[in-house]
Every structure is written in structure tokens, then in C-alpha cells.
Design a protein around this ligand. Structure first.
Ligand code: MN
Length: 709
């Protein structure tokens, strides 16, 4: 079916020019058809043949009709406009669209990309775009139009950028188009005045490149970096260029030699793999030169090993580490723990006998596509293809984590300047780390983030109620700085009127946390002074040494307030026995021990029998009015990841304050935990024990009770 046959005449104000265009294109087609003969495969305008070819390579079955219509409208409406270089304006949207098509953008993005400057620069209206191409294309074009204004209104930049984020934040494809648009403008920047070049290059450096990094679009990021480098640091750029040219003219190429060696190793191991040499881009060479001083041949590029299956990545790694000399400190596994921007690869390095070290990246073809094209390779977020390239990736491609955060805290920022400065700070963070939540979810945080940051990232303003954290199963202060791959469990208080501590500001690195805390403090000025003198509000929990099981026997579990026990012996110090940890309303009895201390046991405790048979007299004890209690519990469980975190969370949810915890090393997959907890109400103990038993993996929970043997 010809494209024309499915397309009714374009309605609206441009119908006349579209008709003229069609006449012209038909003439051109006739000529082309004459050349190609009856096999000419379609009637698409030849100007978009590159776009179409690139698009078909990624989406063989794509409907090309929207592209054809978008091109016709864009060409006719931009007609007569010229770029500064003297070329027809249409060359710009075509080039932008080609960049995106080559990276694997889906049809809707390409359609919007062809039209991206029509609303801003021609008579075409947004409504018209909506009528002819649908709401999605309209939305994308509108977003890019708004972004366009950011570049040229420097004075209003902070506020505009903020608005831009709000406007475009719900669909990351707007950013994709903007990045490709900026790349083409940067490629053709040479025709501008030097001051203008520098200004545009700086915005590219400060905002667009970090965005490209966040979106995982490595291919755009590296080219933008080199273009900016050339404009803002022409001398260093020239010097780097000479280094690269000199190296290329050298007779020996260590990378090629090592690549051959790697190919041989993998062939012998029977692993199918493609081994490529990836030259570093200029900025990368410049960085390495600054870091290492003199560069050696192997520093000018990296080896890229491409395989078919995930498992092959580890196979390749194993062979390289066995048959060559690995530099183990260079090893990083971004497959098990993908980076925040979806990037996955194994990184390692191998050394040659002469000391030259080659960095090696190992990934599948699919990982490679995502590494190069990032979110652009994720396709249409609203219509996941059956061969979903994300392969079950549960990240919402329209709202990567960092973008959601950005959008959340921009609403809380007191003014545009604060927003702008915190945004730039946030973007300036080189790296993000990924930390795991006990429920298996993840949080992406900037490097250097603390538990306070994790709390606000996870709970928003509810994080005011955070009382503590466990990092990798161990209790940690909220100021603890998190590392990539840590598991963080945040302990949340139950008090709805909880207040953040002023001190948290010192440990809050993310705008989300800082803005939320500052906002709370600003809204509660009276609390400022009180906070200073108040004791630290964080939950004080003593962590029992891992090697020390709670001592058993009399007088083990101490408590300093004993108002809730009434003893028939004036002046006596009372202790609740650790062996049976009595709580109200247990039936209890007491025994006098050394130092005028009376220990209190449950009447059925084996120790009671022992004491009595040893001839010790019982001391009358009974519970007072209080209902608060402290109790020691054993939990028996099967070992599994996150069990400790899940268990302590279940306990926290029941209002139990953990006073001490001991986890014995697993034996035969079984783990015994001992917790001493403080409960606001003894009557709640059965519910607590039930909740603990309900944690998957836990098969028994019991009150501490020694055999007395
Ligand atoms: Mn443009």
C-alpha cells in the first residue's frame, strides 16, 4: 500500500503549501522512480530516506506514514527560512531526527522531532499539530518549544528552567529531542559569534551534558563534551588532538595486540564474542592525561567485548582473569548492580608484560545499545513493544528516579534561585550510588548521601518521623554515609507529630532532604531554640556485640526504672531476670541475691525451682500500675537475604523499640536471633510475636526461657 493512499489531504491552513509541496515531491519521485525503475520501494520523500533507513534498522515494522506527514508539514512551513550557515532550515529538524533515529528512538519521538521547531518558528500552531498527529506528538512538541526558550532567555533562566522541568518532566522523550537538537546546534555552532558560542557551550556543559549522563545517552554525551571542550578550552583541545594524532602514527599499537590476545583466549575457551577497540573521546584522553601524566599507547582507547548472553559476560571475565594478568582493583560489576542510568557492563583491566594496561568493558549487545542510547533505546513508554528492549526492567522510562526527585523537590523549593543552585549542585554530582531497601526496591542517591538523604528520598516529608537506620543489617546513625550497594532499612517512628532534628541539615546532601528540613524549620520557628537544648532525638540503641549472647541466669536483664514492680522489701533494688524476662501480667516471684538486689522471675521459670531447692527464700513481688514492659525474644529462622531487615521492620511497625539484638552465625541455614525489646504496653506482646512469626523465613518466636540445667 502506498503511503499516499492512506493519507487524506492535509487539512488546515497549510493545505495549500502542502499541496504545492506534494506536486513538487511527486515530480522528484517521478525522476527517482525513473532512475530506480519499478522496484522503487515506496513513495517517501527522498530527503527523509536516511531517517527512514535508520529507523527501520531498529523497528523493521514501523508505520512510516506519520514521519512522511511530519516531514511534509515541517518542510512546507519552514520553507524560505535559512539557518545561519545559509542552508535551508529543514536541514536542522532532519539532522536532529536522524540522530534520534540512529539511536533507536521510536516513531512518535521522531515525528515530534521533525516538527520540533514548527510551533516556535512558523505559522503552525500547537492545536494543528495535535489535530494532525495526536496528543502525544503535541505534548512532545510543546515541551521542546518551552525548552527552546531556556537557551535564549539567560536572565530568566532559573525560573524558565524550573518551569521547563515541570512542563517536560512527565515525559522524558522531550529531553531526548532537546539533547539531539542541542547536539546538532553545537555541531554547527562555528557560524556564531565567539561570545555566543561560549555562552551556549557553557549551558551545554552545565545542564545538557549532565542531563545526557542522567538519561544514559552516552553517545550524545561524549560528542557534546568534545564540542564544548573545543569551544571553551581551545588550547587544551588542540594539545589533546596532537596527542591523539601522534599516537595514531606510531608503529606499534598495544591495544590491537591485546585485542588479538583476548580474541585468542576467548576462541580457545569456545566463547563467541566480538572484540572491538573503542578509542577514547578527546575529553576522556584529556582526563586520563591529567590523571596519569604521560600517556602510553593503551591509554588511548578501551577494549569492548560484546557477547550474546548475560552469562557470557561472566564467562569472558573468568577467562580474562585466568589467562591474562588482571588488574583486580579495576574490576566493577555494573551488571549485578546497574548504574542509576540503566548502564550495565563488567569493567576490568588486563596488564601486558611490558606494564601497559588495557581497560576492558564486557557487555551484551542489548546492554551496549542501552549504554549508547540510554532512555532513547527504551522506546515508547506508553506502548511497550513485545520485544521490550528493557527486558523486564521495572524502571519507568518516562520518570527515571532522579527526574522524579527533581520534580518532587522543585515544588518544595522556596524560590527559583534556590532551585537553580541546588539543581546545578545536584547535576554536578559525578556519580550516583544505588542502595537497596529491605523490600527489594532501590534508591538512587548522589555519592556522599547519608541515611538522612535516603530517608527523604524514600518517604518525602514523612521522613521527619525517621528515628534510626540499619545499614547492611547493622544499626547505624542517620549521619552514616552510604556506599554503592548498601542495604538501608529506615526505622520510622509512629508519632505523626514527629519533628526533624536541626542537626540533620549537616548530614543532608540532597536537595530533597535539605529543602524538606529547611521548610519544616521555617514553618516552626519556635522549635529552633528548643531543638538546640533537647537531647538527640535519634533512637538510642545499643548494639549487642555479635559474639556475646545475652547472659542467662538471674539478674541478667537490667532495668533502671523499677516503679512498675512492687517489692515487699523496702529499699531493695529490683532486677527482672534475663532467663525468663517477666512482663506484666506474668505471675512473678522474687529472690534476694547479693548486694541487696531482688531478682524477679516468672513463677514457672526453671531458675525458681533451683533457687527454692537451694533453700533461698522467696520475696513477695507484684506488678505496679505501669503497663510498659521489656522482654527478650528468640526468633528461629531460615537464613535468607534481608531477613534481619524484614524482621526488625516488622518489630518496629508493632511499636517495639529494640534495646539489643544478637544474631548467631547461621548453622545449617538456620539463624537464631535474640532481641530485647521495650514495648509501650505489655498487652501488645502477643501481637508483636505474631507479627514476627509472619515474617517469611521465621518459623518460631518464643520468650527467652532457660532450661535452668
Ligand atoms: Mn531546534
Amino acid at each position: 500500500m502506498s503511503a499516499e493512499a492512506t493519507n487524506p489531504a492535509t487539512p488546515g491552513p497549510v493545505a495549500g503549501s502542502a499541496a504545492r509541496w506534494r506536486a513538487r515531491i511527486d515530480l522528484r519521485r517521478l525522476g527517482r522512480a525513473a532512475l530506480l525503475g519499478p522496484t522503487a520501494r515506496d513513495r517517501l520523500p527522498s530527503a527523509i530516506s536516511h531517517v527512514v533507513d535508520a529507523h527501520r534498522a531498529h523497528y523493521p515494522g514501523a508505520d512510516l506514514e506519520p514521519l512522511r506527514r511530519a516531514y511534509v508539514l515541517a518542510e512546507s512551513s519552514h520553507r524560505g527560512q535559512m539557518r545561519k550557515s545559509g542552508e535551508p532550515y529543514i536541514t536542522h529538524p532532519l539532522a536532529v531526527t536522524l540522530i534520534l533515529a540512529e539511536l533507536g528512538a521510536e516513531t512518535t519521538t521522531l515525528t515530534a522531532s521533525l516538527l520540533h521547531d514548527t510551533v516556535e518558528d512558523t505559522d503552525v500552531t500547537l492545536d494543528q499539530v495535535g489535530e494532525e498527529f495526536g496528543a502525544e506528538v503535541r505534548y512532545l512538541v510543546d515541551g521542546v518549544t518551552k525548552l527552546e526558550k531556556v537557551d535564549y532567555g539567560a536572565a530568566a533562566e532559573p525560573e524558565t528552567f524550573r518551569k521547563m522541568l515541570v512542563a517536560t518532566g512527565s515525559d522524558v522523550r522531550v529531553m531526548s529531542i532537546k539533547l539531539a537538537d542541542r547536539l546538532h546546534n553545537m555541531r554547527t555552532l562555528g557560524v556564531m559569534r565567539p561570545e555566543k558560542q561560549a555562552r551556549i557551550a557553557k549551558v551545554t556543559r552545565d545542564v545538557l551534558i549532565p542531563l545526557a549522563e542522567r538519561l544514559g545517552v552516552q553517545a550524545l554525551k561524549t560528542e557534546l563534551e568534545d564540542l564544548v571542550f573545543a569551544i571553551l578550552h581551545p588550547e587544551e583541545y588542540e594539545y589533546t588532538r596532537e596527542l591523539i594524532v601522534d599516537n595514531a602514527s606510531r608503529a606499534d599499537d598495544p591495544l590491537a595486540d591485546i585485542a588479538d590476545e583476548v580474541r585468542g583466549v576467548l576462541r580457545e575457551a569456545g566463547i563467541q564474542a566480538e572484540v572491538l577497540i573503542r578509542p577514547r573521546h578527546f575529553v576522556s584522553v584529556h582526563r586520563v592525561a591529567r590523571k596519569r601524566g604521560e600517556l602510553r599507547g593503551a591509554d588511548f582507547g578501551r577494549l569492548l567485548v560484546l557477547v550474546n548472553e548475560d552469562a557470557d559476560c561472566y564467562g569472558v571475565l573468568g577467562e580474562l582473569h585466568t589467562c591474562m594478568t588482571p588488574v583486580v582493583s579495576e574490576f566493577k560489576d555494573f551488571i549485578a548492580v546497574p548504574k542509576f542510568n540503566l548502564y550495565q557492563s563488567l569493567h576490568t583491566a588486563v596488564a601486558r608484560a611490558d606494564g601497559q594496561v588495557a581497560e576492558v568493558l564486557i557487555r551484551t549487545y542489548q546492554m551496549h545499545k542501552v549504554a549508547e542510547a540510554g532512555v532513547i533505546a527504551l522506546g515508547n513508554p506508553y506502548a511497550p513493544a513485545p520485544d521490550d528492549p528493557t527486558d523486564g526492567e521495572r524502571v519507568d522510562p518516562t520518570r527515571p528516579g532522579w527526574l522524579s526527585r527533581l520534580l518532587d523537590w522543585q515544588e518544595g523549593a522556596p524560590d527559583p534561585d534556590t532551585f537553580w543552585s541546588t539543581l546545578r549542585e545536584d547535576l554536578a554530582q559525578d556519580r550516583e550510588i544505588t542502595v537497596f531497601r529491605p523490600d527489594g526496591g532501590t534508591l538512587g542517591l548522589p555519592e556522599g548521601a547519608s541515611c538522612v538523604d535516603a530517608a527523604y528520598a524514600q518517604y518525602g516529608e514523612d521522613a521527619h518521623a525517621c528515628i534510626g537506620a540499619r545499614v547492611n543489617g547493622r544499626l547505624a546513625t542517620l549521619s552514616t554515609v552510604l556506599r554503592d550497594g548498601d542495604t538501608v532499612q529506615l526505622l520510622m517512628g509512629q508519632d505523626p507529630a514527629s519533628e526533624p532534628s536541626r542537626e540533620w541539615l549537616e548530614h543532608a546532601h540532597t536537595p530533597a532532604a535539605r529543602i524538606a528540613i529547611q521548610r519544616w524549620l521555617a514553618a516552626h520557628p519556635a522549635h529552633d531554640d528548643a531543638q538546640e537544648s533537647e537531647p538527640e532525638r535519634l533512637l538510642e540503641i545499643e548494639e549487642a556485640p555479635a559474639t556475646a549472647p545475652r547472659p542467662v541466669g538471674e539478674g541478667a536483664a537490667l532495668r533502671s526504672t523499677t516503679d512498675d514492680i512492687v517489692v515487699d522489701r523496702p529499699g531493695a533494688t529490683v532486677r527482672l531476670a534475663g532467663c525468663c524476662t517477666p512482663v506484666p501480667p506474668d505471675e512473678v516471684t522474687g529472690f534476694a541475691v547479693r548486694g541487696g538486689v531482688v531478682t524477679v522471675h516468672r513463677v514457672e521459670c526453671a531458675a525458681v525451682e533451683r533457687m527454692k531447692s537451694a533453700g533461698r527464700p522467696e520475696v513477695g513481688v507484684r506488678w505496679g500500675d505501669t503497663t510498659e514492659c521489656r522482654v527478650t525474644l528468640h526468633a528461629e529462622s531460615f537464613g535468607r537475604p534481608h531477613l534481619l531487615a524484614d524482621l526488625t521492620e516488622a518489630m518496629a511497625l508493632e511499636g517495639a523499640e529494640i534495646v539489643s539484638a544478637t544474631v548467631e552465625p547461621p548453622t545449617q541455614q538456620r539463624v537464631r536471633h535474640t532481641y530485647t525489646v521495650q514495648l509501650p504496653d505489655a498487652a501488645h506482646l502477643p501481637a508483636l510475636m505474631r507479627a514476627m512469626r509472619n515474617v517469611p523465613g521465621v518459623y518460631d518466636v518464643s520468650r527467652a526461657q532457660t532450661s535452668g540445667a
